[in-house]
Design a protein around this ligand. Structure first.
Ligand code: AMP
Ligand code: MG
Length: 435
């Protein structure tokens, strides 16, 4: 247990957990959740539970890539504008119809894009290589047609199975369903899909000073913002938040509110985890499960609690106790809750993209922790720039709101100056940075 109160020099970090150690300890409690079957569109962002095998060929039949005439290539050998080949037009076929006649020597069937190629035909001649427009202009009708170009056999025919073979694995188990995958599933006629279910994440704020957003403002009180930034993040990361409200700093209330969270996959609480403050949380949780209070070698979000709370039927629900300061809450959430949620969702890639950017203002590191500085990343002349978004106090949530990334100053670097290259963990890649 990393709870020692030593703070002397030389071993000032002896009682601190590295960010990596905290990450490893937490992640060990999570694995991919069970499978659910749901309407395909509702599964956007979820992970496929099985390989998807195509029950048929796509396209299902040879079909035309152009509006034109289905013909036998042997009928148009040597065709040119000066010596066109005349063919009898015996029928017509549109997309969605089946041809009713076969193409035989000397004949053609007028065909539209996507329509099945009639039996006998091996080539499609686009309208542009025929005299169709002139014929219509002269009021001649389309009972025959002149072909003005020799095309190779197979031209403009999209063969059956060109996209997808019958029996082929089209999407692999573990694939994250994006709009293109949702489309592929629909193209296979799959209205339902089996995916890893979304985790339910219970969210509980703690503190006597907190007001519900519906309450009138009172002296000495603040509105509970953490429940909202946590729940919003849970939605964004793909989980389902369950808002438990606010627990007051006493055993009874804490106990009662925690009971509401035992049907979830993860319980996230905020506040009450720093030294001198955690007695209530600790007392309650030691009776209902296990909890460790950590100091993590990072800024913000040094205090962190992690443990399990016992649920019904021997269930053990992981509990992440985030520090109360709003930015600490969000940074700890980013580092530890986001990957846990993604892991439960069955996702393979848990890390945010990290880019290199040129720092536009200094980052100070007073006490050898890993500093996550709120920055706004922009792109100018092909380079990324990271501009600190103002005061970096862990209570200043608006500077988080102006940020789209967290610049990382390593533990052993006391200051990073403007002009230096810095690694930035992007929080909203592609939403706010134009590449
Ligand atoms: P604590 O961890 O309880 O010492 O809280 C640290 C700081 O975070 C205090 O200034 C609290 O008022 C603030 N805080 C705690 N919970 C919340 C919350 N749910 N929303 C906004 N601020 C909070
Ligand atoms: Mg408190």
């Amino acid at each position: 247990m990393a709870e020692s109160h030593r703070h002397g020099h030389g071993h000032r970090h002896a009682d601190m957990l590295s960010v990596e150690d905290a990450y490893e300890r937490i992640m060990a409690y999570f694995s991919s959740l069970d499978v659910e079957e749901k309407p395909t569109l509702d599964a956007l962002g979820q992970v496929l539970a099985d390989d998807v095998v195509s029950p048929f060929y796509l396209p299902p039949l040879d079909n035309s890539a152009m509006d034109g005439y289905a013909i036998l290539q042997s009928d148009i050998v040597g065709a040119s504008p000066s010596s066109p080949k005349l063919l009898q037009v015996i029928s017509q076929v549109a997309a969605g119809q089946m041809p009713t006649m076969d193409v035989v020597k000397g004949s053609a069937i007028r065909i539209m894009t996507g329509a099945p190629v009639p039996n006998g035909a091996d080539t499609i001649v686009p309208f542009e290589e025929t005299d169709e427009v002139e014929r219509k202009g002269k009021g001649l009708g389309l009972s025959e047609i002149e072909i003005r170009e020799e095309l190779p056999r197979g031209a403009n025919v999209r063969p059956a199975g060109e996209d997808v073979q019958k029996g082929e694995v089209i999407l692999k188990k573990g694939t994250v369903l994006r709009p293109s995958e949702i489309g592929v599933l629909a193209s296979l006629g799959m209205s339902q899909v089996r995916v890893i279910r979304r985790p339910v994440v219970a969210v509980l704020a703690t503190g006597d000073e907190l007001l519900h957003s519906r309450d009138p403002i009172e002296p000495g009180k603040i509105y509970d913002s953490n429940s909202y930034s946590i729940a919003a993040s849970v939605i964004k990361y793909g989980g389902i938040p369950k808002m438990l409200g606010i627990a007051r700093d006493n055993l009874e209330d804490m106990n009662q509110k925690l009971s509401l969270g035992t049907a979830s996959d993860l319980l996230i609480t905020s506040a009450g985890v720093s030294r001198g403050d955690y007695d209530v949380v600790k007392d309650v949780l030691m009776k209902r499960g296990e909890i460790s209070f950590w100091s993590v070698r990072m800024r913000p979000a040094k205090p962190l609690a992690f443990g399990v709370i016992h649920g019904p039927e021997g269930k053990r629900i992981p509990h992440l106790g985030l520090p109360g300061n709003p930015v600490s809450t969000m940074v700890a959430l980013e580092e530890f809750a986001r990957p846990a949620i993604l892991k439960m969702l069955g996702r393979a890639h848990l890390a945010r993209p990290v880019i290199e950017a040129i720092l536009e203002g200094p980052i100070y590191n007073f006490d050898e922790r890993r500093v996550f500085a709120r920055v706004e990343v922009t792109r100018k002349d092909g380079s990324y720039y990271a501009n600190p978004t103002g005061p970096q106090g862990s209570n200043i949530l608006t500077s988080m709101s102006r940020a789209n990334g967290l610049a990382i100053c390593p533990e052993d670097v006391p200051v990073m100056e403007a002009g230096q290259t810095v690694k930035v963990k992007m929080l909203n890649w592609n939403e706010e940075v134009q590449i």
